[in-house]
Design a protein around this ligand. Structure first.
Ligand SMILES: [Zn+2]
Length: 177
Protein backbone atom coordinates (compact mmCIF):
# COMPACT_ATOMS: atom_id res chain seq x y z
CA UNK A 1 0.00 0.00 0.00
CA UNK A 2 1.48 3.40 -0.96
CA UNK A 3 1.59 6.01 1.77
CA UNK A 4 -1.15 8.59 1.37
CA UNK A 5 0.38 11.87 0.17
CA UNK A 6 -1.54 13.89 2.77
CA UNK A 7 -1.81 12.32 6.20
CA UNK A 8 -4.54 13.15 8.64
CA UNK A 9 -1.98 14.90 10.81
CA UNK A 10 -0.90 17.12 7.88
CA UNK A 11 -4.56 17.84 7.24
CA UNK A 12 -5.06 18.96 10.84
CA UNK A 13 -1.98 21.16 10.70
CA UNK A 14 -3.32 22.96 7.64
CA UNK A 15 -6.66 23.70 9.27
CA UNK A 16 -7.15 27.07 10.91
CA UNK A 17 -10.33 26.13 12.72
CA UNK A 18 -12.10 23.02 13.93
CA UNK A 19 -15.80 22.38 14.10
CA UNK A 20 -18.04 19.87 15.85
CA UNK A 21 -21.67 18.82 15.66
CA UNK A 22 -23.86 17.77 18.58
CA UNK A 23 -27.28 16.17 19.04
CA UNK A 24 -29.71 16.50 21.93
CA UNK A 25 -33.12 14.94 22.55
CA UNK A 26 -35.48 15.49 25.49
CA UNK A 27 -38.97 14.50 26.66
CA UNK A 28 -41.22 15.88 29.43
CA UNK A 29 -44.71 14.98 30.59
CA UNK A 30 -47.56 17.50 30.37
CA UNK A 31 -49.31 17.93 33.73
CA UNK A 32 -51.87 20.21 35.38
CA UNK A 33 -50.65 23.02 37.64
CA UNK A 34 -47.38 23.79 35.86
CA UNK A 35 -46.37 26.72 33.64
CA UNK A 36 -45.55 25.79 30.05
CA UNK A 37 -42.10 27.19 29.21
CA UNK A 38 -40.54 26.36 25.84
CA UNK A 39 -37.52 28.09 24.34
CA UNK A 40 -37.36 30.47 27.29
CA UNK A 41 -40.88 31.76 26.58
CA UNK A 42 -43.97 31.17 28.73
CA UNK A 43 -46.83 29.88 26.58
CA UNK A 44 -50.42 30.18 27.75
CA UNK A 45 -51.74 26.62 28.18
CA UNK A 46 -53.91 24.68 30.61
CA UNK A 47 -51.03 22.29 31.33
CA UNK A 48 -47.26 22.65 31.63
CA UNK A 49 -44.24 20.37 31.52
CA UNK A 50 -43.29 18.42 34.64
CA UNK A 51 -39.67 18.50 35.77
CA UNK A 52 -37.20 19.57 38.41
CA UNK A 53 -36.32 22.80 36.64
CA UNK A 54 -38.84 24.75 34.56
CA UNK A 55 -38.74 21.65 32.28
CA UNK A 56 -38.01 23.70 29.16
CA UNK A 57 -37.76 20.73 26.79
CA UNK A 58 -36.33 22.76 23.90
CA UNK A 59 -33.54 24.35 25.93
CA UNK A 60 -32.69 20.97 27.50
CA UNK A 61 -32.27 19.41 24.03
CA UNK A 62 -30.18 22.44 23.03
CA UNK A 63 -27.93 22.12 26.12
CA UNK A 64 -27.44 18.40 25.42
CA UNK A 65 -26.51 19.07 21.80
CA UNK A 66 -23.89 21.65 22.88
CA UNK A 67 -22.49 19.40 25.62
CA UNK A 68 -22.48 16.46 23.19
CA UNK A 69 -20.47 18.44 20.65
CA UNK A 70 -17.62 18.82 23.16
CA UNK A 71 -17.99 15.38 24.75
CA UNK A 72 -18.90 16.84 28.12
CA UNK A 73 -21.75 14.52 29.09
CA UNK A 74 -25.32 15.76 29.32
CA UNK A 75 -27.50 18.14 31.24
CA UNK A 76 -28.17 15.53 33.95
CA UNK A 77 -24.48 15.26 34.82
CA UNK A 78 -24.06 19.04 35.08
CA UNK A 79 -27.36 19.83 36.79
CA UNK A 80 -28.54 16.77 38.77
CA UNK A 81 -32.30 16.74 39.39
CA UNK A 82 -31.57 15.78 43.00
CA UNK A 83 -29.89 19.16 43.60
CA UNK A 84 -32.30 21.61 45.27
CA UNK A 85 -30.42 24.54 43.68
CA UNK A 86 -31.96 23.62 40.32
CA UNK A 87 -35.58 23.29 41.48
CA UNK A 88 -37.83 25.37 39.20
CA UNK A 89 -34.74 27.17 37.87
CA UNK A 90 -35.09 28.86 34.47
CA UNK A 91 -33.43 26.61 31.91
CA UNK A 92 -31.97 29.78 30.38
CA UNK A 93 -29.60 29.80 33.36
CA UNK A 94 -28.55 26.24 32.48
CA UNK A 95 -27.99 27.26 28.84
CA UNK A 96 -25.92 30.25 29.97
CA UNK A 97 -23.81 27.89 32.09
CA UNK A 98 -23.26 25.53 29.11
CA UNK A 99 -22.33 28.49 26.88
CA UNK A 100 -19.72 29.57 29.46
CA UNK A 101 -18.24 26.04 29.50
CA UNK A 102 -17.88 26.17 25.71
CA UNK A 103 -16.56 29.74 25.63
CA UNK A 104 -13.90 28.83 28.21
CA UNK A 105 -12.50 26.37 25.65
CA UNK A 106 -12.72 28.88 22.81
CA UNK A 107 -15.91 27.54 21.18
CA UNK A 108 -18.59 29.64 19.57
CA UNK A 109 -21.89 28.40 18.17
CA UNK A 110 -22.28 28.53 14.37
CA UNK A 111 -25.94 27.53 14.32
CA UNK A 112 -28.57 25.44 16.08
CA UNK A 113 -31.53 23.67 14.53
CA UNK A 114 -34.36 22.26 16.63
CA UNK A 115 -37.76 20.63 16.26
CA UNK A 116 -40.38 20.48 19.01
CA UNK A 117 -42.82 17.56 18.79
CA UNK A 118 -46.15 18.44 20.40
CA UNK A 119 -49.78 17.68 19.61
CA UNK A 120 -50.77 20.99 21.19
CA UNK A 121 -50.53 23.93 21.75
CA UNK A 122 -49.55 25.58 18.48
CA UNK A 123 -46.01 26.91 18.90
CA UNK A 124 -45.21 28.65 15.61
CA UNK A 125 -46.47 32.04 16.72
CA UNK A 126 -44.04 31.98 19.65
CA UNK A 127 -40.92 31.26 17.57
CA UNK A 128 -39.99 34.93 17.05
CA UNK A 129 -40.03 35.47 20.82
CA UNK A 130 -38.04 32.29 21.42
CA UNK A 131 -35.42 33.32 18.84
CA UNK A 132 -35.01 36.71 20.52
CA UNK A 133 -34.47 35.10 23.93
CA UNK A 134 -32.28 32.22 22.73
CA UNK A 135 -30.28 34.45 20.38
CA UNK A 136 -29.28 36.59 23.34
CA UNK A 137 -27.80 33.62 25.19
CA UNK A 138 -26.34 31.82 22.15
CA UNK A 139 -25.06 35.10 20.66
CA UNK A 140 -26.73 34.23 17.34
CA UNK A 141 -28.92 36.13 14.87
CA UNK A 142 -32.32 34.64 14.11
CA UNK A 143 -31.23 33.08 10.80
CA UNK A 144 -28.80 30.85 12.70
CA UNK A 145 -31.52 29.52 14.99
CA UNK A 146 -33.78 26.94 13.34
CA UNK A 147 -37.08 26.34 15.14
CA UNK A 148 -39.74 23.98 13.84
CA UNK A 149 -42.79 22.32 15.35
CA UNK A 150 -44.46 19.11 14.32
CA UNK A 151 -46.99 16.61 15.64
CA UNK A 152 -46.98 12.81 15.56
CA UNK A 153 -50.33 12.84 13.71
CA UNK A 154 -51.99 11.61 16.90
CA UNK A 155 -49.76 8.56 17.21
CA UNK A 156 -48.20 7.40 20.49
CA UNK A 157 -47.86 9.09 23.87
CA UNK A 158 -46.97 12.52 22.47
CA UNK A 159 -49.81 12.25 19.97
CA UNK A 160 -52.18 11.57 22.87
CA UNK A 161 -50.98 14.75 24.56
CA UNK A 162 -49.09 13.02 27.37
CA UNK A 163 -45.98 15.10 26.83
CA UNK A 164 -43.74 17.14 24.56
CA UNK A 165 -40.40 16.22 23.00
CA UNK A 166 -37.64 18.26 21.37
CA UNK A 167 -34.58 17.49 19.29
CA UNK A 168 -31.71 19.83 18.54
CA UNK A 169 -28.49 19.71 16.53
CA UNK A 170 -25.76 22.32 16.76
CA UNK A 171 -22.56 23.21 14.96
CA UNK A 172 -19.78 24.80 16.97
CA UNK A 173 -16.41 26.12 15.89
CA UNK A 174 -13.13 27.38 17.34
CA UNK A 175 -9.93 28.78 15.95
CA UNK A 176 -6.87 26.53 16.07
CA UNK A 177 -3.80 28.19 17.49
ZN1 LIG B 1 -35.48 18.02 30.21
Amino acid sequence: MPEPSVTRKDERERQTSESRVGLGIDFHRLVEGRRLVIGGVEIPNTRGLAGHSDADVLIHAMCDSLLGAVGRGDIGTHFPDTDPRYRDISSLVLLEHVMRLLADDGWRVVNVDATVVAEEPKLTRHFAGMKAVLGGVLDLPSDRIGLKATTTEGMGAIGHGEGISAQCVCLIERALR
